[in-house]
Write a protein that binds this ligand. Structure first.
Ligand code: UGA
Length: 472
Protein backbone atom coordinates (compact mmCIF):
# COMPACT_ATOMS: atom_id res chain seq x y z
CA UNK A 1 0.00 0.00 0.00
CA UNK A 2 1.20 3.54 -0.71
CA UNK A 3 0.93 5.56 2.47
CA UNK A 4 1.61 9.19 3.39
CA UNK A 5 2.25 10.09 7.02
CA UNK A 6 1.94 13.81 7.74
CA UNK A 7 3.99 15.05 10.69
CA UNK A 8 7.39 13.72 11.73
CA UNK A 9 7.02 13.95 15.51
CA UNK A 10 7.11 10.91 17.78
CA UNK A 11 3.94 9.34 16.43
CA UNK A 12 4.50 10.16 12.74
CA UNK A 13 8.11 9.07 12.68
CA UNK A 14 7.51 5.80 14.51
CA UNK A 15 4.37 5.04 12.48
CA UNK A 16 6.12 5.84 9.18
CA UNK A 17 9.15 3.66 9.99
CA UNK A 18 6.93 0.80 11.19
CA UNK A 19 4.61 0.95 8.16
CA UNK A 20 7.72 0.64 6.00
CA UNK A 21 8.83 -2.36 8.06
CA UNK A 22 5.41 -3.94 7.38
CA UNK A 23 6.24 -3.68 3.68
CA UNK A 24 4.35 -0.52 2.69
CA UNK A 25 5.69 2.32 0.53
CA UNK A 26 5.74 5.33 2.84
CA UNK A 27 6.25 9.06 2.31
CA UNK A 28 6.80 10.93 5.56
CA UNK A 29 5.84 14.58 5.10
CA UNK A 30 6.71 17.56 7.25
CA UNK A 31 6.67 21.26 6.41
CA UNK A 32 9.82 21.78 8.46
CA UNK A 33 12.54 21.66 5.80
CA UNK A 34 15.35 21.32 8.32
CA UNK A 35 13.71 18.29 9.91
CA UNK A 36 13.24 16.62 6.56
CA UNK A 37 16.81 17.40 5.50
CA UNK A 38 18.10 15.93 8.78
CA UNK A 39 16.04 12.77 8.30
CA UNK A 40 17.30 12.43 4.74
CA UNK A 41 20.85 12.79 6.04
CA UNK A 42 20.37 9.87 8.36
CA UNK A 43 19.85 11.76 11.60
CA UNK A 44 17.49 10.28 14.19
CA UNK A 45 15.85 13.19 16.00
CA UNK A 46 14.41 11.26 18.96
CA UNK A 47 15.67 8.70 21.42
CA UNK A 48 13.54 5.68 20.58
CA UNK A 49 14.58 2.04 20.78
CA UNK A 50 14.84 0.28 17.37
CA UNK A 51 14.01 3.47 15.48
CA UNK A 52 17.59 4.02 14.23
CA UNK A 53 17.62 0.45 12.86
CA UNK A 54 14.29 0.89 11.07
CA UNK A 55 15.23 4.27 9.60
CA UNK A 56 18.53 2.88 8.41
CA UNK A 57 16.81 -0.15 6.90
CA UNK A 58 14.16 1.76 4.93
CA UNK A 59 15.50 5.28 4.36
CA UNK A 60 15.45 6.19 0.68
CA UNK A 61 13.71 2.93 -0.19
CA UNK A 62 10.39 2.08 1.41
CA UNK A 63 10.57 5.28 3.45
CA UNK A 64 10.92 8.62 1.65
CA UNK A 65 10.97 12.04 3.30
CA UNK A 66 9.29 15.03 1.71
CA UNK A 67 7.99 18.55 2.33
CA UNK A 68 5.51 18.26 -0.53
CA UNK A 69 2.17 17.25 0.97
CA UNK A 70 0.33 17.72 -2.33
CA UNK A 71 2.52 15.20 -4.15
CA UNK A 72 2.51 12.78 -1.22
CA UNK A 73 -1.31 12.75 -1.17
CA UNK A 74 -1.47 12.14 -4.91
CA UNK A 75 0.93 9.22 -4.60
CA UNK A 76 -0.87 7.57 -1.67
CA UNK A 77 -4.05 5.68 -0.99
CA UNK A 78 -4.04 6.33 2.76
CA UNK A 79 -2.94 9.57 4.40
CA UNK A 80 -2.26 9.47 8.13
CA UNK A 81 -2.42 12.81 9.92
CA UNK A 82 0.05 12.77 12.80
CA UNK A 83 0.60 16.49 13.38
CA UNK A 84 0.70 18.16 16.80
CA UNK A 85 -2.46 18.99 18.76
CA UNK A 86 -1.03 21.22 21.50
CA UNK A 87 -3.23 22.45 24.33
CA UNK A 88 -4.79 25.91 24.13
CA UNK A 89 -5.02 28.22 27.14
CA UNK A 90 -8.44 26.74 27.88
CA UNK A 91 -7.06 23.19 28.07
CA UNK A 92 -8.71 21.91 24.89
CA UNK A 93 -6.69 20.71 21.91
CA UNK A 94 -5.58 23.17 19.23
CA UNK A 95 -6.64 21.51 15.99
CA UNK A 96 -5.46 24.20 13.61
CA UNK A 97 -2.61 22.04 12.25
CA UNK A 98 -5.03 19.19 11.60
CA UNK A 99 -7.37 21.61 9.84
CA UNK A 100 -4.70 23.04 7.57
CA UNK A 101 -3.51 19.55 6.59
CA UNK A 102 -7.13 18.57 5.81
CA UNK A 103 -7.46 21.65 3.57
CA UNK A 104 -4.32 20.76 1.66
CA UNK A 105 -5.38 17.15 1.26
CA UNK A 106 -8.68 18.32 -0.28
CA UNK A 107 -6.83 20.13 -3.04
CA UNK A 108 -4.71 17.09 -3.93
CA UNK A 109 -7.27 14.29 -4.07
CA UNK A 110 -6.95 12.39 -7.36
CA UNK A 111 -8.84 9.15 -6.71
CA UNK A 112 -10.17 7.32 -3.64
CA UNK A 113 -8.23 8.23 -0.47
CA UNK A 114 -8.61 7.25 3.15
CA UNK A 115 -7.67 10.13 5.44
CA UNK A 116 -6.76 8.78 8.85
CA UNK A 117 -6.35 10.79 12.04
CA UNK A 118 -3.56 9.35 14.10
CA UNK A 119 -2.92 12.33 16.37
CA UNK A 120 -4.83 12.27 19.65
CA UNK A 121 -7.91 14.34 18.91
CA UNK A 122 -11.26 15.07 20.52
CA UNK A 123 -14.43 13.30 19.50
CA UNK A 124 -16.00 14.86 16.39
CA UNK A 125 -12.61 15.62 14.81
CA UNK A 126 -13.08 13.07 12.04
CA UNK A 127 -16.43 14.66 11.27
CA UNK A 128 -14.75 18.08 11.08
CA UNK A 129 -11.94 16.77 8.89
CA UNK A 130 -14.57 15.38 6.53
CA UNK A 131 -16.42 18.72 6.43
CA UNK A 132 -13.23 20.67 5.79
CA UNK A 133 -12.25 18.40 2.90
CA UNK A 134 -15.74 18.71 1.40
CA UNK A 135 -15.77 22.49 1.87
CA UNK A 136 -12.54 22.66 -0.05
CA UNK A 137 -14.05 21.09 -3.09
CA UNK A 138 -13.48 17.33 -2.79
CA UNK A 139 -16.06 14.91 -4.17
CA UNK A 140 -17.76 13.06 -1.24
CA UNK A 141 -17.22 9.73 -3.00
CA UNK A 142 -13.50 10.33 -3.41
CA UNK A 143 -12.47 9.94 0.22
CA UNK A 144 -13.34 8.61 3.67
CA UNK A 145 -12.10 9.76 7.04
CA UNK A 146 -11.07 7.25 9.70
CA UNK A 147 -9.67 7.40 13.19
CA UNK A 148 -6.77 5.10 14.05
CA UNK A 149 -5.36 6.22 17.40
CA UNK A 150 -1.98 5.04 18.55
CA UNK A 151 -1.20 3.63 21.99
CA UNK A 152 2.55 3.87 21.77
CA UNK A 153 4.62 4.92 24.73
CA UNK A 154 7.72 6.98 24.24
CA UNK A 155 10.86 4.89 24.48
CA UNK A 156 9.05 1.70 23.47
CA UNK A 157 7.12 3.23 20.56
CA UNK A 158 8.41 0.82 17.91
CA UNK A 159 7.57 -2.34 19.85
CA UNK A 160 4.25 -0.85 20.98
CA UNK A 161 3.42 -0.25 17.32
CA UNK A 162 4.49 -3.65 16.05
CA UNK A 163 3.29 -5.67 19.06
CA UNK A 164 0.17 -3.77 20.16
CA UNK A 165 -2.40 -5.03 22.67
CA UNK A 166 -4.94 -4.13 20.02
CA UNK A 167 -5.23 -2.17 16.79
CA UNK A 168 -8.07 0.30 16.93
CA UNK A 169 -9.75 1.42 13.76
CA UNK A 170 -12.66 3.86 13.76
CA UNK A 171 -14.45 3.84 10.41
CA UNK A 172 -17.95 4.71 9.37
CA UNK A 173 -18.16 2.41 6.35
CA UNK A 174 -16.80 -0.91 5.10
CA UNK A 175 -14.87 0.57 2.20
CA UNK A 176 -12.51 2.48 4.44
CA UNK A 177 -12.36 -0.31 7.07
CA UNK A 178 -11.12 -2.64 4.32
CA UNK A 179 -8.20 -0.31 3.51
CA UNK A 180 -7.16 -0.10 7.14
CA UNK A 181 -7.49 -3.86 7.61
CA UNK A 182 -5.19 -4.32 4.64
CA UNK A 183 -2.61 -1.90 6.04
CA UNK A 184 -2.46 -3.81 9.31
CA UNK A 185 -2.80 -7.28 7.77
CA UNK A 186 0.92 -8.14 8.25
CA UNK A 187 0.33 -7.76 12.00
CA UNK A 188 -3.19 -9.22 12.31
CA UNK A 189 -2.33 -12.24 10.15
CA UNK A 190 0.92 -12.73 12.07
CA UNK A 191 2.98 -12.77 8.85
CA UNK A 192 5.20 -9.87 9.98
CA UNK A 193 6.41 -11.87 12.96
CA UNK A 194 7.72 -14.64 10.64
CA UNK A 195 9.85 -12.30 8.54
CA UNK A 196 13.60 -12.26 8.98
CA UNK A 197 14.68 -9.01 10.58
CA UNK A 198 11.36 -8.50 12.38
CA UNK A 199 11.83 -6.45 15.52
CA UNK A 200 12.22 -8.83 18.50
CA UNK A 201 9.11 -9.63 20.46
CA UNK A 202 8.81 -7.92 23.86
CA UNK A 203 7.42 -9.65 26.96
CA UNK A 204 3.67 -9.92 27.21
CA UNK A 205 3.00 -9.51 23.48
CA UNK A 206 -0.33 -10.71 22.10
CA UNK A 207 0.45 -12.30 18.72
CA UNK A 208 -1.30 -11.78 16.44
CA UNK A 209 -2.93 -8.66 17.87
CA UNK A 210 -6.70 -8.25 17.54
CA UNK A 211 -8.14 -5.47 15.41
CA UNK A 212 -11.08 -3.61 16.91
CA UNK A 213 -13.28 -1.81 14.42
CA UNK A 214 -15.59 0.84 15.85
CA UNK A 215 -17.28 4.01 14.66
CA UNK A 216 -14.86 6.91 14.32
CA UNK A 217 -16.43 8.72 17.28
CA UNK A 218 -15.97 5.68 19.51
CA UNK A 219 -12.33 5.35 18.43
CA UNK A 220 -11.69 9.01 19.25
CA UNK A 221 -13.24 8.52 22.67
CA UNK A 222 -11.36 5.27 23.33
CA UNK A 223 -8.05 7.09 22.95
CA UNK A 224 -8.94 9.91 25.34
CA UNK A 225 -10.63 7.58 27.82
CA UNK A 226 -7.62 5.20 27.82
CA UNK A 227 -5.12 7.95 28.60
CA UNK A 228 -7.41 9.51 31.21
CA UNK A 229 -7.93 6.12 32.86
CA UNK A 230 -4.19 5.41 33.02
CA UNK A 231 -3.55 8.86 34.49
CA UNK A 232 -6.32 8.19 37.01
CA UNK A 233 -4.70 4.87 37.93
CA UNK A 234 -1.41 6.67 38.67
CA UNK A 235 -3.11 9.42 40.69
CA UNK A 236 -5.09 6.80 42.57
CA UNK A 237 -2.00 4.91 43.67
CA UNK A 238 -0.25 8.17 44.51
CA UNK A 239 -3.16 9.05 46.80
CA UNK A 240 -2.97 5.57 48.35
CA UNK A 241 0.79 6.10 48.85
CA UNK A 242 0.05 9.24 50.85
CA UNK A 243 -2.31 7.28 53.11
CA UNK A 244 0.37 4.59 53.47
CA UNK A 245 2.84 7.22 54.66
CA UNK A 246 0.37 8.48 57.27
CA UNK A 247 -0.45 5.05 58.71
CA UNK A 248 2.96 3.40 58.31
CA UNK A 249 1.88 0.89 55.64
CA UNK A 250 4.08 -0.06 52.69
CA UNK A 251 2.69 1.00 49.31
CA UNK A 252 4.72 -1.68 47.47
CA UNK A 253 2.90 -4.36 49.43
CA UNK A 254 -0.40 -2.59 48.86
CA UNK A 255 0.27 -2.35 45.09
CA UNK A 256 1.10 -6.02 44.94
CA UNK A 257 -2.01 -6.97 46.88
CA UNK A 258 -4.30 -4.71 44.87
CA UNK A 259 -2.66 -5.27 41.48
CA UNK A 260 -2.82 -9.07 41.60
CA UNK A 261 -6.60 -8.76 41.27
CA UNK A 262 -6.81 -9.46 37.54
CA UNK A 263 -9.60 -6.90 37.23
CA UNK A 264 -7.23 -4.16 38.43
CA UNK A 265 -3.81 -5.31 37.18
CA UNK A 266 -0.34 -4.45 38.44
CA UNK A 267 0.76 -2.23 35.55
CA UNK A 268 0.62 1.56 35.86
CA UNK A 269 0.23 1.23 39.59
CA UNK A 270 3.65 2.60 40.48
CA UNK A 271 3.58 5.59 42.81
CA UNK A 272 6.11 8.34 42.24
CA UNK A 273 6.34 12.08 41.68
CA UNK A 274 3.33 12.15 39.35
CA UNK A 275 2.83 11.57 35.65
CA UNK A 276 4.23 13.90 33.00
CA UNK A 277 5.05 13.85 29.31
CA UNK A 278 3.42 15.22 26.23
CA UNK A 279 0.32 13.02 26.51
CA UNK A 280 -1.27 12.44 29.92
CA UNK A 281 -1.27 16.05 31.20
CA UNK A 282 -2.56 17.37 27.87
CA UNK A 283 -5.01 14.58 27.19
CA UNK A 284 -6.62 14.59 30.64
CA UNK A 285 -7.29 18.33 30.25
CA UNK A 286 -8.49 17.91 26.67
CA UNK A 287 -10.86 15.09 27.62
CA UNK A 288 -12.16 17.24 30.49
CA UNK A 289 -12.78 20.06 28.01
CA UNK A 290 -14.48 17.76 25.48
CA UNK A 291 -16.78 16.37 28.17
CA UNK A 292 -17.66 19.88 29.34
CA UNK A 293 -18.47 20.96 25.84
CA UNK A 294 -20.72 17.96 25.41
CA UNK A 295 -22.55 18.79 28.65
CA UNK A 296 -20.84 16.46 31.14
CA UNK A 297 -18.94 17.90 34.09
CA UNK A 298 -16.14 15.29 34.46
CA UNK A 299 -14.91 16.43 37.87
CA UNK A 300 -13.13 13.14 38.56
CA UNK A 301 -10.52 14.34 36.06
CA UNK A 302 -9.96 17.58 38.02
CA UNK A 303 -9.08 15.46 41.01
CA UNK A 304 -6.70 13.34 38.94
CA UNK A 305 -4.85 16.53 37.96
CA UNK A 306 -4.92 17.93 41.51
CA UNK A 307 -3.44 14.75 43.02
CA UNK A 308 -0.77 14.77 40.32
CA UNK A 309 0.29 18.32 41.12
CA UNK A 310 0.13 17.64 44.84
CA UNK A 311 2.47 14.69 44.41
CA UNK A 312 5.31 17.00 43.37
CA UNK A 313 4.62 19.29 46.32
CA UNK A 314 4.69 16.32 48.70
CA UNK A 315 8.06 15.31 47.30
CA UNK A 316 9.44 18.81 47.80
CA UNK A 317 8.19 18.77 51.38
CA UNK A 318 10.00 15.47 51.84
CA UNK A 319 13.24 17.05 50.60
CA UNK A 320 12.79 19.97 52.98
CA UNK A 321 12.06 17.75 55.95
CA UNK A 322 15.07 15.56 55.18
CA UNK A 323 17.48 18.49 54.81
CA UNK A 324 15.85 21.18 56.94
CA UNK A 325 16.97 24.33 55.08
CA UNK A 326 17.54 24.28 51.34
CA UNK A 327 19.36 27.51 50.54
CA UNK A 328 22.93 26.71 49.49
CA UNK A 329 22.50 22.93 49.69
CA UNK A 330 24.18 20.86 47.00
CA UNK A 331 21.84 18.29 45.56
CA UNK A 332 22.64 15.51 43.14
CA UNK A 333 19.74 14.78 40.81
CA UNK A 334 19.30 11.56 38.88
CA UNK A 335 16.83 11.92 36.04
CA UNK A 336 15.42 14.84 34.07
CA UNK A 337 13.28 13.07 31.45
CA UNK A 338 9.58 12.66 32.21
CA UNK A 339 10.16 8.91 32.48
CA UNK A 340 12.93 6.39 31.84
CA UNK A 341 13.95 5.38 28.34
CA UNK A 342 13.37 8.73 26.65
CA UNK A 343 15.07 12.09 26.18
CA UNK A 344 11.72 13.89 26.33
CA UNK A 345 11.43 16.54 29.03
CA UNK A 346 8.01 17.91 28.11
CA UNK A 347 5.91 18.33 31.29
CA UNK A 348 8.58 16.39 33.14
CA UNK A 349 7.80 16.26 36.87
CA UNK A 350 11.56 15.86 37.42
CA UNK A 351 12.25 19.17 35.74
CA UNK A 352 9.47 20.96 37.61
CA UNK A 353 10.95 19.72 40.89
CA UNK A 354 14.44 20.84 39.84
CA UNK A 355 13.06 24.28 38.98
CA UNK A 356 11.40 24.61 42.41
CA UNK A 357 14.59 23.55 44.18
CA UNK A 358 16.64 26.06 42.21
CA UNK A 359 14.17 28.77 43.19
CA UNK A 360 14.64 27.78 46.81
CA UNK A 361 18.39 28.35 46.46
CA UNK A 362 19.71 24.79 45.99
CA UNK A 363 22.68 24.05 43.79
CA UNK A 364 21.89 21.18 41.49
CA UNK A 365 24.18 18.75 39.70
CA UNK A 366 22.09 16.53 37.46
CA UNK A 367 22.64 13.44 35.39
CA UNK A 368 20.30 11.84 32.88
CA UNK A 369 21.38 9.21 30.34
CA UNK A 370 19.51 10.95 27.49
CA UNK A 371 17.79 14.19 28.46
CA UNK A 372 20.63 16.55 29.43
CA UNK A 373 20.99 18.18 26.05
CA UNK A 374 17.30 19.01 25.90
CA UNK A 375 17.35 20.27 29.48
CA UNK A 376 20.28 22.53 28.64
CA UNK A 377 18.23 24.12 25.87
CA UNK A 378 15.52 25.23 28.30
CA UNK A 379 17.48 25.66 31.51
CA UNK A 380 20.97 27.03 31.11
CA UNK A 381 21.61 28.70 34.43
CA UNK A 382 21.81 27.35 37.95
CA UNK A 383 22.19 23.70 37.05
CA UNK A 384 25.35 21.72 36.40
CA UNK A 385 25.42 18.52 34.39
CA UNK A 386 27.39 15.43 35.30
CA UNK A 387 28.70 12.57 33.19
CA UNK A 388 27.47 9.83 35.47
CA UNK A 389 25.23 9.16 38.45
CA UNK A 390 28.32 9.02 40.68
CA UNK A 391 29.57 12.38 39.45
CA UNK A 392 26.14 13.89 40.21
CA UNK A 393 26.35 12.44 43.72
CA UNK A 394 29.89 13.69 44.32
CA UNK A 395 30.01 15.94 47.39
CA UNK A 396 26.21 16.33 47.47
CA UNK A 397 24.23 16.89 50.66
CA UNK A 398 21.67 14.43 49.30
CA UNK A 399 20.83 12.54 46.13
CA UNK A 400 17.39 12.79 44.53
CA UNK A 401 16.08 10.11 42.15
CA UNK A 402 13.50 11.67 39.85
CA UNK A 403 13.27 9.44 36.76
CA UNK A 404 12.82 5.67 36.68
CA UNK A 405 15.81 4.85 34.40
CA UNK A 406 16.84 1.22 34.78
CA UNK A 407 20.43 2.36 35.20
CA UNK A 408 19.48 4.22 38.40
CA UNK A 409 18.04 1.06 39.94
CA UNK A 410 21.38 -0.76 39.63
CA UNK A 411 23.91 1.62 41.13
CA UNK A 412 26.96 0.49 43.07
CA UNK A 413 25.74 1.54 46.50
CA UNK A 414 29.16 1.48 48.15
CA UNK A 415 30.53 3.81 45.54
CA UNK A 416 27.46 6.03 45.77
CA UNK A 417 27.76 6.34 49.54
CA UNK A 418 31.42 7.23 49.24
CA UNK A 419 30.66 9.98 46.72
CA UNK A 420 27.96 11.67 48.79
CA UNK A 421 28.83 14.18 51.49
CA UNK A 422 25.93 12.81 53.54
CA UNK A 423 24.48 9.41 52.66
CA UNK A 424 20.93 10.66 52.10
CA UNK A 425 18.86 9.42 49.15
CA UNK A 426 15.38 10.77 48.43
CA UNK A 427 13.86 8.49 45.84
CA UNK A 428 10.80 9.75 43.98
CA UNK A 429 10.50 6.51 42.00
CA UNK A 430 10.86 3.78 44.64
CA UNK A 431 13.79 2.14 42.87
CA UNK A 432 15.35 0.65 46.01
CA UNK A 433 14.32 -1.49 48.93
CA UNK A 434 14.29 0.68 52.07
CA UNK A 435 15.70 -2.06 54.25
CA UNK A 436 18.58 -2.68 51.86
CA UNK A 437 19.37 1.05 51.76
CA UNK A 438 19.36 1.33 55.57
CA UNK A 439 21.63 -1.73 55.72
CA UNK A 440 23.99 -0.08 53.21
CA UNK A 441 24.35 2.96 55.42
CA UNK A 442 21.87 5.34 53.77
CA UNK A 443 19.11 7.46 55.14
CA UNK A 444 16.56 6.65 52.50
CA UNK A 445 13.21 8.28 51.78
CA UNK A 446 10.82 7.03 49.13
CA UNK A 447 7.13 7.31 48.25
CA UNK A 448 4.47 5.57 50.37
CA UNK A 449 7.01 3.67 52.43
CA UNK A 450 8.64 4.38 55.78
CA UNK A 451 12.02 6.09 55.72
CA UNK A 452 14.98 3.88 56.58
CA UNK A 453 18.15 4.83 58.36
CA UNK A 454 21.64 3.39 58.61
CA UNK A 455 22.11 0.75 61.27
CA UNK A 456 23.65 2.39 64.30
CA UNK A 457 21.68 5.66 64.12
CA UNK A 458 20.44 6.37 67.66
CA UNK A 459 16.75 5.50 68.18
CA UNK A 460 15.82 9.07 69.19
CA UNK A 461 17.26 10.50 65.96
CA UNK A 462 15.56 7.77 63.90
CA UNK A 463 12.22 8.60 65.45
CA UNK A 464 12.70 12.36 64.90
CA UNK A 465 13.64 11.72 61.26
CA UNK A 466 10.72 9.37 60.81
CA UNK A 467 8.25 11.90 62.19
CA UNK A 468 9.69 14.52 59.87
CA UNK A 469 9.16 12.22 56.88
CA UNK A 470 5.62 11.40 57.92
CA UNK A 471 4.71 15.06 58.17
CA UNK A 472 5.96 15.48 54.62
C1 UGA B 1 1.22 7.44 27.24
C2 UGA B 1 0.42 6.14 27.19
O1 UGA B 1 0.98 5.18 28.09
C3 UGA B 1 0.40 5.55 25.78
O2 UGA B 1 -0.45 4.39 25.74
C4 UGA B 1 -0.14 6.60 24.81
O3 UGA B 1 -0.14 6.14 23.48
C5 UGA B 1 0.71 7.86 24.88
O4 UGA B 1 0.70 8.35 26.25
C6 UGA B 1 0.13 8.88 23.94
O5 UGA B 1 -1.02 9.25 24.11
O6 UGA B 1 0.79 9.20 22.95
P1 UGA B 1 3.83 8.07 27.40
O7 UGA B 1 3.38 9.49 27.54
O8 UGA B 1 4.92 7.76 26.46
O9 UGA B 1 2.58 7.13 26.94
O10 UGA B 1 4.32 7.59 28.82
P2 UGA B 1 3.87 6.53 29.92
O11 UGA B 1 4.77 5.38 29.88
O12 UGA B 1 2.44 6.28 29.87
O13 UGA B 1 4.19 7.39 31.25
C7 UGA B 1 3.52 8.63 31.50
C8 UGA B 1 3.94 9.19 32.84
O14 UGA B 1 3.37 8.43 33.90
C9 UGA B 1 5.44 9.21 33.09
O15 UGA B 1 5.78 10.44 33.71
C10 UGA B 1 5.68 8.05 34.02
O16 UGA B 1 6.79 8.20 34.84
C11 UGA B 1 4.38 8.07 34.84
N1 UGA B 1 4.01 6.76 35.42
C12 UGA B 1 3.71 5.72 34.63
C13 UGA B 1 3.92 6.64 36.80
O17 UGA B 1 4.16 7.61 37.56
N2 UGA B 1 3.53 5.44 37.33
C14 UGA B 1 3.24 4.37 36.55
O18 UGA B 1 2.89 3.30 37.12
C15 UGA B 1 3.33 4.51 35.17
Amino acid sequence: MHIAVVGSGYVGLVAGACFADLGHEVILVDNDERKIAALRNGQVPIHERFLPELLQRHRGQKLQFSTDLHEAVRASQAIFIAVGTPPTDRGDADLSYVESVAREIAGAINGYKVVVEKSTVPVYTSEWVRRIILRNGADPESFDVASNPEFLREGTGVTDFLFPDRILVGCDNQRCAAVLREIYAPLTSGSYYQTTGAIPQPDRATIPPPIIVTSSKSAELIKHASNAFLAMKISFINAVASVCESVGADVSQVCHGVGTDARIGRRFLNPGIGYGGSCFPKDVMAFRAVARECGYDFRLLDEVVRINEDQRERFLRKVRSALWTLRGKNLGVLGLAFKGGTDDIRESPALLIVQSLLQEGCRITAYDPAAMERTQEVMSSGIKFANSAYEAAHGADALLILTEWEEFANLDLNRLRDELKYPIVIDGRNLYDPELMGGQGFTYYSVGRAASHPDGVPAALKSALKNGANKA
